[in-house]
Design a protein around this ligand. Sequence first.
Ligand code: PAN
Ligand code: ZN
Length: 193
Amino acid sequence: MGTTPFGLEINFQNGLVSTPNVITERRLSQVRRVYRDQAAVDRILSDEGDRLVYQVYGADLPEDEGQVLYCTTIIQPGTVGGEYHMTKGHYHARRDRGEVYLGLAGEGMLLLMLEDGTLRSIPMHPGTAAHIPPYWAHRTVNTGNVPFVFFSAWPGDAGHDYGTIEDTGFADLVVEAHGKPALIPNPRFPRKP
Ligand code: PAN
Ligand code: ZN
């Protein structure tokens, strides 16, 4: 029978959702493995504590075929060992499920990757509606000086596979070079000879 219709209010500036019932907070200690420079992670943890990297605000909806799930993500500005703050990133457990991202505030980059390592990047700013096709892993990066906020909507039965990306990362890293984002090859990513 599905669910009861409802509307939530989203603040486009800060990404807050009225009466969200699912809030995820990702602090540096929880997402440390996404960064290349583990010594830099240790330094930040001991010098300034466990900084907030990103939050996700969503609605508690059933993860069923036919439902459309949605949330906002707020990535705080900052770098770790030269890499910009980023989400963990994932494939959908059902690889044939896509997604839509809409930029609301701040500046970011969407990284997309196929399982053979083919990589694409899409700059995101307020108003950018990005299409994530089926089969593409996706990660977002805050490349600006203020929180990067975006909205996502995806099929209820997509599921999330974090393990594959946790093991290898994406094929490229997004680093700050002369104050601007640059993509450089990730030495940890397995490349075919
Ligand atoms: C997004 C992401 C969200 C957080 O809603 O889940 O931005 O990123 P991670 O899930 O990689 O930590 C999405 O892609 N949902 O499918
Ligand atoms: Zn997704």
